[in-house]
Design a protein around this ligand. Structure first.
Ligand code: SF4
Ligand code: SF4
Ligand code: FES
Length: 252
């Protein structure tokens, strides 16, 4: 391993300003991840030209690939900074390149606003409705088969890696994105959530819904949690079609 790690970071001072690059050299230490690398830069923010600069801004929370907050583009791939180990990255490439995810507005440097995903979750009502805050006992028991379907979907951490690689998610499209479709199917396959399944399917049939998916399947490959997105998109397509036919026949 090198004595020093060369890191180029795409920086941006405010949501309105233009991005620019800065390069840093950081002493190599064992067991570093991208977060500890950024912490070392923050402790002494001096570029390779010897110019003092501001500490780089990034977001993180759980530090164990559960919250999704630290997602950024690391050496060309959207992933979590907390589980991106420096020694592994250096085996693939001699330098480190960090950029903010491109499908979300930059707040500052590597810190992006992931609100569009949370708005998409609101749109598809990605929750189980309850009519009281009081204790209502245990939830319904589900079969092992249902559990096998739902558990992988429940691992989504709203990180945004699937939106980052999706060609249908761009500044000119309203596409809700694969993550929200996956969560709609998670709650539609819950015994209580199924009571409001049609409301989620209605949201998926609106402009920017599941029909906008181009089926390139980039999303499922990019998901760090193995969420079965193509299964969810396929099921959402079938369920919305079936709902349309049911309503059509009921009118007859
Ligand atoms: S399969 Fe659909 S959601 Fe996934 S990357 Fe392709 S267009 Fe986007
Ligand atoms: S589906 Fe996967 S890639 Fe997409 S937001 Fe959830 S965890 Fe991240
Ligand atoms: S800090 Fe939560 S996923 Fe990295």
């Amino acid at each position: 391993m090198p004595d020093n790690i060369r890191v180029t970071i795409q920086r941006q001072d405010s949501p309105q300003s233009q991005p620019y690059n800065e390069t840093f050299e950081v002493p190599h230490k064992p067991q570093m991840n991208v977060i500890s690398l950024l912490q070392d830069i923050a402790a002494s923010p001096v570029t390779t030209e010897g110019r003092e600069t501001t500490p780089v801004v990034w977001d993180c929370n759980c530090l164990e690939e559960v919250c999704g907050a630290c997602s950024m583009v690391i050496n060309g791939r959207a992933r979590q900074a907390c589980t991106a180990l420096i020694d592994n990255l250096l085996k693939e490439h001699p330098t480190i390149d960090l950029k903010p995810m491109s499908k979300f507005p930059v707040i500052r440097d590597l810190f992006v606003d992931r609100k569009r995903m949370f708005n998409a979750l609101k749109k598809v009502k990605a929750w189980i409705p309850v009519d009281t805050y009081g204790y209502i006992g245990e939830g319904p028991i589900t079969s092992p088969e249902t559990h096998d379907v739902r558990y992988p979907l429940s691992q989504c951490m709203t990180c945004g890696c699937c939106l980052e690689v999706c060609p249908q998610v761009n500044e000119n499209s309203d596409f809700i994105g694969p993550q929200a479709i996956g969560q709609a199917m998670l709650f539609n396959t819950h015994p209580t959530g199924a009571m409001t399944a049609n409301e989620r399917l209605d949201a998926l049939m609106e402009k920017g819904g599941v029909a906008d998916c181009g089926n390139a399947q980039n999303c499922v490959k990019a998901c760090p949690k193995g969420v079965p997105l193509t299964w969810a998109i396929g099921k959402a397509g079938r369920d919305t079609t079936a709902l349309t036919f049911r309503r059509w026949f009921m009118k007859k």
